[in-house]
Design a protein around this ligand. Structure first.
Ligand code: ATP
Ligand code: MG
Length: 862
């Protein structure tokens, strides 16, 4: 199929300075957008704009199993040994390596698939016109020429020229560092040499819509965009988490150990006069045995098992290792509406400041809610559900999170109340030219200071006593309601408003929304508390409402700190001053992030739960950002965990599952670093003392392969209840001590086995190797059951799969020397019964010693 050349983006130079029609023409589109067929074709010719999380191809995962340095050298050495005539030996080694690799491949690809499916379910979508209709597509499927629709909270999916806009404000701080939202207008005329911030008729990838709506035609996607590089970095901001970091450091530690040991063993064996190739194969097999090459597979497997369990509780992790971080959370910051409360479900009444139900207040609120275009939000939807009107504003001052209010200017005739005449006599305003009415609605705390008069139920106006009205509002809020203020002012019919127009207002009344505490929220707070996680409420709502809600769900609300009080304090002082505060109210978006940073600075692991535009920064700042599927795009994008259902109980489940996953990963690591490592170290030592190799390379590899089989089921193992009680942290130091203590114990018992074999039974090479092989495999299996729990071994129940796979492997191991051909191939022979009995006794003693040591050093297993 002949491909049309992609659209030359260099034509798009200074597209902000060219007429819309010309821009549309240059991207071969119209204001109606593209057809689906055309878009699909462009998709195929353009580069993938976001380089989004893609599934790794299976082949890559497979090859990855064999391309670590040790495997490569081992395979190389084996091939050389085959070339020199040891074909059968070599083939056996290659076969075992191949089987181990397949095992790892199977685990990793299983993990990958599960994750890809989950991620797809919470992807952020863009709305584009296709075949003249609005369609939702993956952000990565937006192409040049697409017409996109934007509204508050949306991510801008590409660089685009505005076709239409209403009250559009865009936050491009991630790109420009400019912290104030930029006003955008499709009709603006812009010079070709305008700075980025001054190009007010275009929007860029990497920014998001703060308020308003727009349609825009895409001129560049992905890396071709103005901030392609930066935006990409922002999107893929791949901060290494504490867990990843821990794994990486640990991997390094082991790698160095392995390297030193391998070289040493090789040299010494060689000096002893053993054939070079044999020595090399032995040393390399040992290296394979020591390296937890299954670690990446096990980690991703336990994470994906965790992710699937979480998905059953309607929690999706976007970044797998966020699971571990979820388990490590010590403080959970949460918003209020919809998490602790049901979400203002109904408007219970509209009242004047003297507490009388008022149709006028209701109507003004509804006009404000209907006429505003800047900010689609649930509160306005509820108002309009209670009182439907269809109003259009002459001008609008959109909602923003600092002002916490929004104003519309409407013709005065729109309001059908007797007070219309009264307004003309208002001392504040000259009636001349006041044909319009400014209607302001917002938080009581920010609207009340703008008012000078107050209207009574009978329509009369009188000077306002702020404290009285505030007290009334606080009383309503203390009953657990959300309260909004409504105010107005007669004004000339202007075409534009500024913040200065929101002054000299008449306080009209209050809207009271019922927003009761959610069923189960108190239990969730208690269960988090019980699990060692402090719950901190951070909300933009009033202090009185926040206090009432906090009390209802059991968050201590003795002190409520407001955004104003946070004001000028820097992060360090903030951390100290408000260490024990559990409720923050009337905050601005930046405050949310600063509280999170302050908590992190005082060494807490912080989760932040929020779903609004105003939560995005804090979601980024937290160790674990948690959002909701129904959240605005910016919030969802910034989060690493997405709840399909908003609620604290879901988070509590997530924390528990996170700890479980963490605990199981640690089990595998402990096992491979102690018993496994000890075994290999003893082999190295034994090789220096014995006149023959203590185990053949292929036996080492088989031992390693067999013990990995039950280890793989650890990901789904049961975890003792007490392990879920506290946040789990990665502690490298503790792990090192663990490795040393239990590794040494393993070596001590290996030496005992050695003594039994050599001096007790005078074993020759084949007998020694056979017995040593069986014994090593069995000890690794047995010790797994001891080290998987801090409790006495018989008091903790392992998962069925772990028991079954262990028993199966044990049976195969013990039987192997008796199965003629297999025994021959592996170089094994049945050990004498008496020897078996003696080794059985050593095994029992070894496990008993592990149990004793465990009790002596309880800290090591937590
Ligand atoms: N549509 C609206 N019209 C007028 N005022 C509003 C509107 N929406 C919110 N407000 C005011 O702004 C305040 C802050 O609300 P916002 O939703 O930004 O807070 P928040 O921190 O997201 O709260 P939450 O913790 O409940 O999510 C509200 O308490 C209310 O007073
Ligand atoms: Mg919110």
């Amino acid at each position: 199929m002949p491909r049309r050349s992609p659209i030359d983006t260099t034509q798009q130079v200074a597209y902000w300075a060219r007429p819309v029609d010309e821009v549309l023409g240059s991207v071969r589109s119209t204001s109606e957008g593209l057809s689906q067929a055309e878009a699909t074709e462009r998709r195929a010719t353009e580069a993938d704009p976001l380089g989004e999380h893609r599934r790794r191809p299976a082949l890559r995962i497979l090859i990855g199993q064999y391309t670590n340095p040790i495997s490569i050298v081992l395979i190389g050495a084996t091939i050389v040994s085959m070339a020199l005539g040891d074909v059968l030996d070599g083939s056996i080694i290659i076969a075992i390596i191949a089987a181990s690799g397949l095992l790892g491949f199977w685990q990793e690809s299983r993990a990958d698939n599960a994750v890809a499916e989950l991620l797809a379910s919470v992807q952020v979508k863009a709305r584009v016109l296709r075949d003249g209709r609005v369609a939702e597509v993956r952000l990565g499927d937006v192409v040049v020429g697409d017409v996109v629709e934007l509204s508050a909270g949306d991510l801008v999916p590409a660089d685009a020229r505005l076709l239409q806009s209403r009250e559009l404000q865009v936050d491009a701080s991630a790109l420009t560092g400019e912290s104030f939202p930029l006003e955008k207008d499709a009709a603006a005329i812009v010079e070709a040499d305008a700075t980025v911030a001054a190009r007010s008729n275009v929007v860029q990838l990497g920014s998001h819509v703060v308020s308003g709506t727009a349609r825009a035609v895409v001129v560049a996607t992905g890396r071709d965009t103005e901030f392609g590089g930066v935006a990409h970095a922002v999107a893929a901001a791949d901060v290494r988490t504490a867990f990843e970091f821990g794994i990486a450091r640990f991997g390094w530690l082991l790698a160095r150990l392995v390297a030193v040991l391998t070289v040493l063993i090789f040299i010494v064996n060689w000096i002893y006069g053993r054939p070079v190739l044999d020595s090399l194969l032995f040393a390399l097999s040992l290296a394979v045995g020591i390296t937890p090459q299954m670690l990446p597979a096990i980690v991703s497997l336990s994470l994906s098992v965790g992710a699937r369990h979480l998905a059953q509780r309607r929690v999706v992790v976007k970044r797998l290792d966020a699971i571990e971080d979820l388990g490590a959370i010590t403080v959970l910051c949460t918003d209020k509406t919809g998490t602790l409360t049901t979400g203002a479900v109904e408007l219970s009444r509209a009242v004047t400041a003297d507490g009388v139900r008022s149709d006028r207040v209701m109507q003004l609120a509804a006009i404000n809610a209907s006429a505003q275009r800047g900010f689609r939000n649930p509160l306005d939807a509820i108002i309009l559900a209670a009182h439907a009107v269809d109003a259009t504003a002459l001008a609008e001052l959109p909602y923003d999170f600092q002002r916490k209010r929004l104003s519309v200017l409407v013709p005065r005739g729109m309001v059908d109340t007797p007070d219309n005449e009264l307004l003309d006599e208002t001392p504040n305003h000259s009636s001349a030219g006041s044909s319009a009415l400014l209607v302001t609605k917002g938080s009581v705390g920010t609207v009340l200071p703008l008012c000078v008069t107050v209207r009574a139920a009978d329509g009369g106006e009188s000077p306002l006593t702020t404290s009285e009205v505030q007290a009334f509002a606080d009383q309503l809020a203390a009953e657990g309601n959300r309260v909004l203020a409504v105010a107005s002012r007669a004004m000339p019919a202007l075409h534009a408003l500024s913040v200065d127009d929101e002054t000299d207002l008449t306080f009209e009344g209050l809207l009271v929304f019922r927003d009761p505490a959610k069923a189960g929220a108190a239990e969730a707070v208690a269960s988090l508390q019980h699990a060692g996680v402090r719950v901190v409420l951070i909300t933009g709502d009033s202090a009185a409402t926040a206090r009432a809600t906090a009390k209802a769900v059991g968050v201590p609300a003795d002190t409520v700190v407001t955004g104003q009080e946070l004001g000028a304090l820097d992060t360090a002082r903030l951390a100290v001053a408000f260490r024990d505060v559990r409720v923050f109210a009337e905050v601005e978006p930046m405050h949310k992030a600063r509280i999170v940073s302050a908590l992190r600075a005082s060494r807490e692991v912080v989760g932040f739960l929020g779903d609004g535009i105003n939560d995005a920064v804090a979601l980024h700042a937290a160790d674990v950002g948690i959002s909701v599927d129904t959240a605005v795009d910016v919030a969802k994008q910034a989060a690493s965990v997405v709840l399909l259902e908003k609620g604290l109980d879901v988070v509590a489940d997530g924390v528990r599952l996170g700890r479980r996953t963490f605990a199981n990963t640690l089990k595998y690591i402990r096992l491979t670093t102690s018993a496994n490592f000890g075994n290999m170290a003893s082999l190295a030592v034994a090789s220096l003392v014995l006149p023959f190799l203590p185990l053949l390379p292929r036996q080492i590899l088989l031992l390693n392969f067999l013990s990995d089989i039950p280890a793989m089921t650890i990901a789904a193992d049961e975890v003792d209840r007490e392990q879920l009680k506290k946040p789990i942290h990665w502690n490298l130091r503790r792990l090192q001590v663990f490795m040393l203590v239990f590794g040494l114990l393993s070596t001590v018992f290996d030496l005992i086995t050695f003594a039994v074999l050599v001096w007790g039974f005078g074993a020759g090479s084949v007998e020694f190797q056979s017995a040593w092989f069986v014994m090593s495999t069995l000890t690794e299996l047995a010790v797994l059951f001891s080290l998987r729990t801090a409790r006495p071994i018989w008091k903790s129940r392992p998962a069925v799969a772990l028991v079954l796979s262990s028993v199966a492997v044990a049976v195969v191991t013990v039987a192997l020397p008796y199965i003629g051909p297999a025994a021959t191939v592996m170089g094994l022979e049945p050990p004498p019964a008496l020897l078996l009995a003696a080794l059985g006794a050593v095994l029992v003693l070894y496990i008993a010693a592990n149990e004793v040591l465990k009790r002596r050093m309880p800290g090591l297993l937590h």
